[in-house]
Design a binder for this molecule. Structure first.
Ligand SMILES: Cc1cc2nc3c(=O)[nH]c(=O)nc-3n(C[C@H](O)[C@H](O)[C@H](O)COP(=O)(O)OP(=O)(O)OC[C@H]3O[C@@H](n4cnc5c(N)ncnc54)[C@H](O)[C@@H]3O)c2cc1C
Length: 414
């Protein structure tokens, strides 16, 4: 049965991962009203993860990045306007204004505006300082990565390290500069951070943690020629890659009076403070199901699931967002999969020996329950760990610690 609310006009601002999944979920749910998706990039919605992996390395093509072919949107009567910016939204009058002055009315509005790379102060005009958010960014980096060229990567998070792995594979000299005392400080356990540090060092990356940047040397064109560290070290560079986080694109929502605080605030149904307006993906800050803590997650599974939840609300079949968060990172031949939300202070159980194995897992326990799992090169173990987290069951910690049996067998999981 089609819900009567499923006939109004839906406008989606942002044609990225989350926006594309919203429009797909609406049509899959038999939404019959008009749908318009507006994106300022010159491309149909595409996948960003390959930008720091296969696409950057040159082993996948631009066509491979696209989430769906253009004809698919046409077949489903979805109006996609690329190279088009939304300049403002009017939640009272229920309309959005486009760059060319056109006004588009809506019944339901979905904000899927993602975020932009945080910029490194002091480098704004340098032509050889790069970021990694868009295909344009990745194309520029592909051109830079010639054998023997030297790059300084600022930021030892996942994106910086994925870039470092590809750059090494292409014969680029890499120095990673991280201000925190360890790599992946915000997003991983010390065990995982140490493991990746060793893996990168083994492949010839110069990893400098606890290093803050004092300044830059420039040539006459303004290009950075060296990065000066507070330690007094000067690191020569042909180019610089900055991976120091993301700033959510909340500006439209904020200007329209919608509640914003490090992201557009939403409830469990992805509804913002304005009636008929939803937010999804990297830009949305939502209440986590178990603790109610407000979180903003930057991952494909999060964008996809939130898109489905927003679509369900629009379709008149509301359900809360309660999926287990997870994501992955590929570096060299290592696939890391992480499920759950990492919190410091949990008890850590390491299964396998990261000093000698490239397949192991770190389980994070709180009062005998597994809350988060970081799993390297073990998809079956990851699936079992996910089930443990979702079940919320009490686990015998000693059984987890002991033995070399796969997790499923160690706990006699069915
Ligand atoms: C290099 C890289 C590697 C990654 N690797 C992984 C990975 O391995 N695993 C994983 O799970 N996740 C990964 N991610 C994260 C993942 O890609 C994001 O979480 C996901 O793309 C979020 O989707 P989104 O739609 O919320 O935002 P986006 O994909 O950023 O899309 C938002 C879109 O909205 C547009 N927009 C913003 N404002 C306006 C406006 N006013 N008018 C019109 N358009 C507008 C933007 O231009 C953009 O195209 C990676 C991200 C990057 C950048």
């Amino acid at each position: 049965m089609t819900d009567p609310s499923a006939n109004g006009r839906v406008v989606v601002v942002g044609a990225g991962q989350a926006g594309a999944e919203v429009v797909a979920a609406l049509r899959q749910g038999k939404y019959s009203g008009p749908i318009t998706m507006i994106g300022e990039e010159p491309l149909y919605p595409y996948s960003r993860p390959p930008l720091s992996k296969a696409y950057l390395k040159g082993t996948s093509s631009a066509a491979d990045l696209l989430l769906r072919r253009r004809e698919v949107y046409e077949q489903h009567n979805i109006d996609v306007q690329i190279s088009t910016s939304v300049k403002s939204i009017d939640p009272q009058g229920r309309s959005v204004a486009l760059g060319d002055g056109q006004r588009l009315p809506y019944d339901h509005l979905v904000m899927a505006t993602g975020g932009q790379a945080r910029t490194l102060p002091g480098t704004v005009l340098a032509p050889n300082v790069h970021y990694m958010r868009t295909k344009v960014d990745a194309d520029a980096l592909r051109d830079r990565m010639t054998l023997g060229s030297r790059v300084v990567v600022v930021g030892g998070g996942y994106i910086g390290l994925e870039f470092a792995a590809v750059a090494r594979a292409l014969g680029v000299e890499v120095v990673v500069v991280e201000v925190a005392p360890r790599l992946l400080a915000r997003v991983s356990s010390p065990v995982i951070a140490d493991f990746y540090r060793c893996q990168h060092i083994d492949r010839g990356v110069d990893v400098s943690t606890g290093s803050s940047i004092e300044g830059f040397d420039h040539d006459q064109s303004g290009a950075v020629t060296a990065v000066r560290l507070a330690s007094g070290r000067s690191v020569p560079a042909d180019f610089v890659v900055v991976g120091i986080g993301l700033v959510p694109r909340t500006e439209l929502a904020e200007a329209a009076g919608i509640a914003v605080e490090d992201g557009i605030l939403v409830d469990a149904h992805m509804s913002t403070s304005a009636p008929g307006v939803y937010a999804v993906g990297d830009v949305a800050r939502f209440p986590e199901v178990t603790s109610g803590t407000l979180r903003r997650l930057e991952s494909v599974p999060n964008a996809t699931e939130q898109a489905k939840v927003a679509a369900a609300s629009i379709l008149g079949r509301p359900r809360p967002y309660e999926a287990l968060p997870w994501f992955w990172s590929d570096q060299y031949d290592l696939k890391l999969q992480v499920a759950g939300v990492l919190e410091h202070g949990h008890e850590l159980v390491v299964r396998g020996d990261p000093r000698i194995d490239t397949s192991f897992m770190v389980l994070h326990l709180n009062r005998g329950r597994v809350r988060c799992a970081e799993v390297v090169n073990d998809p079956a173990g990851f699936a079992a760990a996910k089930r443990l987290i979702v079940s919320g069951q009490q686990v015998p910690v000693e059984a987890l610690r002991a033995g070399t049996k796969p997790l499923k067998e160690a706990l006699a999981l069915t």
